[in-house]
Design a binder for this molecule. Structure first.
Ligand code: UTP
Length: 297
């Protein structure tokens, strides 16, 4: 039987330069899609997958993120006394149990691999999930839950994967596929940001991982890779070579790259259209906007 995944790492120590000037004082992960911070979507997804320990790799200037996970007794009693039960429930749903959250500091943004490595002492000899909050995935069954279910059959390491157009592969970690089994592939190699024309496939890795302790071990002596950063992809690639136990999982759902402005805006519109209280007004606006733009052409 495979060991259950109960811990998750949320690397949130990046500089978020693509959202400057906002990220000068607001952590990217606190920015909201409609009314929920990006990090809340990741937490909800992790909870649905059975995660009970939440480890945040933070950095200087991320205080607002830590505050976000505190209970808000004053706000709660105010809402309670005013009978605003619905809002109170929304607020209380974001509360985290005492001791369920841990913070580790990454002193310098040396890359995703380094961020994950910073959390190694809190993981020990267990598998761990890694969720990048700027990848937001809309899905009937949350992506990590799909992965955990698949992992219970395979064990090993699992990365979420999706097909991307050839001209986009150089922005991702890309899988070299050994055996394609449909929603799952076994992997014989992995390349971070392959130079155009050199990509081993169109199957790109996005920000959900289930990793064995061996991968964290490989990070102990990982050198800088693509972009001068310590890459998680390189440590997983080493595990492919040594143990041949890495799988790519084609999740069902739509992924939004909320680390980019275009992706963030698309997610905002898409999540807005899912909300019964916003849907009609927003849809009407989009229709009017599209026809006004067409008329102006
Ligand atoms: P990104 O590549 O999106 O980098 O990181 P970034 O710094 O957040 O944003 P830009 O590119 O400057 O706009 C992907 C994820 O990895 C985390 C980020 O917080 C984000 O969740 N990360 C990245 C770290 O925790 N530490 C790092 O050193 C790098």
């Amino acid at each position: 039987m495979v060991q259950k995944v109960t811990k998750a790492i949320f690397p949130v120590a990046g500089l978020g330069t693509r959202f400057l000037p906002a990220t000068k004082s607001v952590p990217k992960e606190i920015m909201t899609l409609v009314d929920r911070p990006l990090i809340q979507y990741a937490i909800d997804e992790a909870r649905a997958a059975g995660i009970t320990e939440f480890i945040f790799v933070t950095s200087r200037g991320k205080g607002a993120l830590e505050d976000y996970f505190d209970h808000a007794p004053q706000l709660e009693s105010e809402l309670e006394s005013k009978g605003k039960t619905e809002l109170l429930n929304i607020l209380q749903d974001t509360n985290m149990d005492s001791g369920a959250v841990a913070y580790v500091r990454q002193h310098k943004a040396k890359g995703l691999g380094h961020a994950v490595w910073c959390a190694r002492r809190l993981i020990g000899d267990e598998p761990v999930a890694v969720l990048l909050p700027d990848d937001v995935i809309a899905a009937d069954k949350p992506c990590l839950q799909q992965m955990v279910e698949a992992y219970e059959e395979t064990g090993g390491n699992m990365v979420a994967a999706m097909e991307v157009p050839s001209e986009k592969t150089s922005s991702y970690g890309v899988l070299d596929v050994a055996n394609d089994m449909g929603n799952m592939v076994s992997v014989k190699g992995m390349v971070e940001k392959p130079a155009p024309g050199t990509s081993p496939s169109n199957l790109a890795v996005i920000g959900r991982y289930i990793l064995t302790p061996q991968v964290l071990n490989h990070l102990n002596d990982m050198k800088e890779g693509a972009g001068g950063e310590i890459q998680l992809t390189d440590a997983i690639a080493q595990e492919v070579t040594e143990s041949n136990n890495v799988y790519g999982f084609r999740f069902r759902g739509q992924r939004f790259d909320c680390g980019s402005k275009a992706g963030f805006l698309q997610a905002t519109v898409s999540f807005g259209l899912q909300r019964p209280e916003l849907k009609d007004e927003l849809e009407q606006y989009l229709i009017e906007l599209a026809s006004a733009r067409q008329a102006a052409q």
